[in-house]
Design a protein around this ligand. Structure first.
Ligand code: TNX
Length: 514
């Protein structure tokens, strides 16, 4: 009876108006090499099986692929390991350590007989799955079954990233975002093949991570936010959940403890860190640059070592971000001396330091990374730090800041770095953006979302879409693929995907949304 039902369903599907398949190159970020074969389209039928190399991480990718496809297709899509006989018409995820595609690359081939994704690593398979998802009709994003022929365009894609660091930042301090919201943001990053999530965990308005050795940081320092709402913080268990969920999707969490400025929330919890030793009342406004921990007090460095030690123990990734921005009241040698001491503490816990580019004047330490957020490509101090060995993450505020307004009438966001429409987000080159910085010094790109004016997940998504995919493409795609005319066409097709997935996005007038 099951078999008959399958036959009947296939007959019914054949009668459906076939939607034009996506074209093989219609993928964001643009793949390195696309070889279409119009004679080789494949239709995913109800009897399809997902066959995966017998490896736990690869099998987990297979299970997530099945979970992505089941709701809209209604197909059972059982996941089996590679020892099962190869069924006709299925999807194969093949782990091949000799594929030569690097730590994140993949090869995807579509023939009338099935889809095969090959990669050296489970992360590569995961990226290939994101491409596969985009090659199905937009209705695949539906949370409920859709009557539809699930056609994939035939041919082969070979794909690898341009940069090793591709990231977005979420400021959970100015407004707190709970674990469920953060996991959904992780899903958005995964969709566009980003591989880092920078969490801005502390600032003047809130301290968002539990620290056992200084418990009031979270309980007192986390109790409010911009505008005076209740705020909140992550328990260590919450944070571990975020780290694990991200890791399953090829994403490394980069935690930021912003020092020595942007520390008002910490001072409300521990007055002893303040230059006057008095704990101030909470701050719920949006000014910057007024607070600092006392760089002349030994207690401050005990605090930093305790906090960074606990954060490092929770964080498997190699990077710890120490902030360093806008510490206007800690000047000259007091500032560089503080940063150098904190850089040594980070090295002491076995991690690589990242800081906003204001830390450039401090001495070099092995591997250090500066995150450049300026708006003018002439920055002699940052270029000099690069000559001394620093590498760069590029987040130019006038291109990559997701809290900038799209247009004068955007209801939320800032405009101190100008308006950032999707074209402005897309039209720059990380390799040549900063004068005096060689292309090899660029580790990658990051799109930060500051949340002074962003209060809900829906508002965050409105600021992310469609600019996050633009920055993701700068990070992933070879420069040779860079082309605004082509990008706006490919991006346009994603509007329907986002709507179907319940994501409210900004309909930039420069993109031909359907
Ligand atoms: C500057 S960029 C800041 C943040 C603000 C942001 C608002 C940077 C490292 N610091 O504290 O939230 O501008 O756009």
């Amino acid at each position: 009876a099951g078999e008959l039902a399958g036959v009947a369903q296939r007959a019914a599907e054949a009668l459906l108006t076939p939607t034009a398949p996506a074209r093989l190159g219609d993928v964001v970020p643009a793949p390195e090499r696309v070889t279409p074969d119009p004679a080789a389209d494949f239709t995913l039928t109800p009897d399809a099986v997902i066959r995966v190399s017998a490896d736990p991480a690869a099998l987990a990718v297979g299970e997530r692929l099945a979970a992505l496809l089941r709701p809209a297709t209604g197909h059972p899509l059982p996941v089996t390991d590679a020892t099962a006989p190869q069924p006709a018409g299925g999807i194969a995820l093949v782990l091949d350590g000799d594929a030569g595609l690097g730590p994140e690359g993949y090869r995807l081939s579509v023939t009338p007989h099935g889809v095969r994704i090959t990669a050296d690593t489970a992360t590569g398979l995961h990226h290939g799955v994101q491409t596969l998802r985009q090659l199905l009709p937009a209705t695949v994003e539906s949370p409920t079954p859709v009557r539809q022929r699930w056609v994939l365009p035939g041919g082969e894609i070979l794909d690898r990233p341009r940069y090793a660091y591709r990231s977005a930042m979420l400021d959970v301090s100015r407004h707190f975002f709970g674990v469920a919201d953060v996991l959904r943001v992780v899903d958005h990053l995964a969709r566009y093949k980003l591989n880092h999530l920078h969490l801005h965990l502390t600032d003047d308005q809130g301290w968002r991570i539990a620290v056992d050795s200084w418990p009031r940081l979270a309980t007192v320092g986390g109790a409010t936010q911009v505008g005076g709402g209740p705020g909140g913080h992550y328990t260590k268990g919450d944070y571990r959940r975020i780290v694990a969920y991200a890791a399953e999707r090829g994403i490394t969490v980069v935690p930021e403890i912003d020092l020595p400025g942007h520390t008002h929330a910490a001072l409300t919890a521990y007055g002893e860190l303040s230059p006057d030793r008095i704990a101030p009342p909470p701050y719920t406004g949006t000014e910057v640059g007024f607070s600092y921990v006392d760089p002349a007090s030994g207690r401050t460095y005990e605090f930093v070592a305790d906090v960074l030690g606990e954060i490092a123990a929770l964080t498997p990734g190699r990077f710890l971000h120490i902030g360093g921005d806008e510490a206007f009241k800690v000047k000259g040698a007091a500032y560089t001396g503080f940063v150098e001491r904190v850089q040594r503490i980070v090295a002491g816990v076995g991690r690589t330091v990242v800081g906003w580019h204001q830390i450039a004047p401090a001495a070099h330490v092995d591997g250090r990374v500066l995150q450049w957020w300026g708006t003018d490509g002439d920055d002699a101090v940052t270029a000099e730090a690069v000559r001394r060995g620093a590498r760069l993450i590029l987040s130019p505020a006038n291109h990559a800041y997701l809290d900038m307004k799209y247009a004068p009438d955007t209801p939320i966001g800032h405009d101190w770095a100008g308006l950032v429409d999707v074209r402005r987000a897309y039209d720059w080159d990380p390799a040549t953006h900063l004068n005096g910085v060689p292309a090899e010094a660029v580790l990658g790109v990051e799109a930060p979302l500051w949340t002074e004016s962003v209060t809900t997940l829906t508002e965050a998504e409105f600021m992310l879409f469609p600019r996050l995919p633009a920055i993701a493409e700068l990070g992933w795609s070879a420069r040779a693929t860079h082309d605004w005319a082509g990008f706006r066409q490919r991006l346009a097709g994603h509007g329907e995907r986002w709507s179907t997935a319940g994501i409210a996005y900004h309909r930039c007038p420069t993109v031909p949304w359907p």
